[in-house]
Design a protein around this ligand. Sequence first.
Ligand code: DAH
Length: 341
Amino acid sequence: MASLQEQIQTYEVEIKAFSPADATDLENFRIRFLGTKGIVKQLSGEMKSVPPELRKEAGQLLNAFKQLAEEKFESFKEQYQSGQSKGPAVDITLPGTPLPIGTRHPLRIVENEMVSIFEKLGFSVATGPEIEDDWHNFTSLNMPDHHPARDMQDTFYVSQNPDWVLRTHTSSVQARILETQPLPVRVICPGRVYRNETISARAHCFFHQCEGLYVDKNVSFADLKQTLYYFVTEMFGADTKVRFRPSYFPFTEPSAEMDISCTVCGGKGCNLCKHTGWVEILGCGMVHPNMLRNFGIDPDVYTGFAFGMGVERITQIKFQVNDLRLYSQNDVRFLRQFQAL
Ligand code: DAH
């Protein structure tokens, strides 16, 4: 084993050459030489084995060594400790790490646009819960228990309470609005809905809808048509044609579905419109008198219209996205392709 003196000499060379790159380096130095299990402590322990006549000299050597280590440490301490840099350790003129700016989700881009179009017509935004009770999702919408229309939508039930469902459509928000807000009401209700569907390119177990509801005195089907014409013109351009087809929804009477001329092929026929020239975008109608009665509204005094559309559907038409699964896979290569319109 090297003598105490030799060890000290070797360590002295190391200490003299030491220059920390950062605070961690300095701290490691402190632990190595001055820590409770450090070299200074360790060498002091070795004093026992030094013959008594040499102890005085060895003690002086060791003291000088300790002082050297302490002075080295002190000389850098101020610069590196407590994160306060006195010297050039941090160059504040260097450019920072760039933070990439994200893009909006295509569904949100389209939803925002829908909302802003309807806001121009005086609609305000309303929302409701995604876990809904049977009354707001079905019964109050003129779909009593065992009504066959309930089979139009495959429902997820909440296991703790058979009265609770994951809402199957945003029409449930219509019920909540009629229940709580004084008339007249003119609202647009965007949100997520759930259905027990096998996930594929064309179906998903959750998706998004946007509901509209206007109830006042003298609201007519002509008002509904004019509102939707305006929406289509703003959303898809002034050349877009519109057609209504009679349909059935329990909560509207009469009911219709609305198609627009295919914006991809201009009506000539393509995959999006399945070579018909038309794409269906929404369901609508005059609010059923039974539904108004369910909320204590007299259908002889008030009338209203409602409509509901799929946000994924509108987005598919606008951006030609052909696989519904892309919306929820969070693949940035997909998400980065969309710019706010
Ligand atoms: N709730 C319907 C659905 O999910 C869409 C709908 C149709 C909403 C007609 C309406 C409406 O407000 O009037 O398929």
